[in-house]
Design a protein around this ligand. Sequence first.
Ligand code: ZN
Length: 56
Amino acid sequence: MDYKIKDVKMKDEFKICPSCGYKDGFHSMFKKESGITKWLFICPSCHEVFNIGFTV
Ligand SMILES: [Zn+2]
């Protein structure tokens, strides 16, 4: 599946989708990139993938 990862700066919380306004949080996914595992968030409503800079 092809998808775009959007980089987002987290403020006090990351709960509302910046793309569609969905308010109830995100699904998680993990992606390995050159030895680093990124923790990404998927909006359950519009399915955009967000990176707020978390790694595992
Ligand atoms: Zn959304």
